[in-house]
Design a protein around this ligand. Structure first.
Ligand SMILES: [Mg+2]
Length: 242
């Protein structure tokens, strides 16, 4: 059998966007899904206490916008769907809003659970997960999306539930993906030397941080990625050689 990049690694640590999943999945699928389903979702779930809390946050944000003289869509208080235009506005301007993020999370959660939303995985991902697991390697994820969002993404994928293959998840609660310290922490948490971990990502700044911590690295080149400039890192087009 030919040598694989993972031969000297006990652990494979994966980025998501640009590595297992198209970079456009979030902006091309998730955000439009939330935007298109917000009216239906609010109508169906307006009695839920947590949805009410999201709406209160959004309402406060709306009042603040008005007080600051910002131009925002009108939001009459009487009907729950009256919030939709303002929510669409926040999505359009890509506002980092607590209420919006929380509400979007609930809409995606429902979409995944009722089967209308499925995450995208590159075709070689599931075979690689099976191969690595059979070879006795442990698989972990490090992504800027929340651990909860990562779990949903791997549970409800187009190729089925992949969570059984994954030993653990890390998000930015561990630290920035561009800081060596985060990779030391991950190795410590897993209980493996950094040298035994192979990190794969489409962002060279992340690979530099992982390398500085002592990890093995591979640069992921996938269709739709922002950059194919590997800056000297070994590059792969898929997981077949890993
Ligand atoms: Mg990425």
């Amino acid at each position: 059998m030919t040598a694989q990049y993972s031969d000297t690694a006990d652990v494979i640590l994966l980025d998501i966007e640009g590595t297992t999943t198209p970079v456009d999945y979030v902006f091309g699928v998730l955000f439009p899904f939330a935007r298109d389903h917000v009216a239906d979702f609010l109508t169906t779930h307006q009695q839920d206490a947590q949805v009410q809390t999201d709406l209160q946050w959004l309402r406060q944000e709306y009042e603040t916008d008005l007080a600051q003289g910002l131009s925002v869509p009108d939001w009459q208080e009487t009907e729950v769907t009256a919030a939709v235009a303002y929510i669409h506005h926040l999505i359009a301007i890509d506002r980092k809003s607590t209420g919006l993020k929380s509400l979007q999370g609930k809409i995606w959660d429902q979409g995944y659970r009722d089967g209308t939303l499925r995450s995208q995985m590159f075709a070689d991902v599931k075979p690689a997960f099976e191969r690595w697991t059979t070879a006795g390697k442990q698989l972990f994820i490090f992504s800027s999306g929340s651990v909860q969002a990562q779990k949903l993404l791997f549970r409800y994928s187009e190729v089925g539930d992949l969570t059984d293959f994954i030993c653990g998840y890390f998000d930015t609660q561990t630290g920035s993906k561009r800081e060596a310290q985060s990779y030391h922490k991950i190795a410590e948490t897993i209980g493996v030397a950094t040298e035994k971990i192979l990190f794969i990502s489409d962002v060279t700044a992340e690979l530099k941080a992982a390398q500085a911590a002592g990890m093995q690295t591979l640069f992921s080149v996938r269709p739709g990625n922002h950059s194919s400039e590997s800056e000297g890192f070994a590059a792969i087009q898929n997981f077949d050689s890993v």
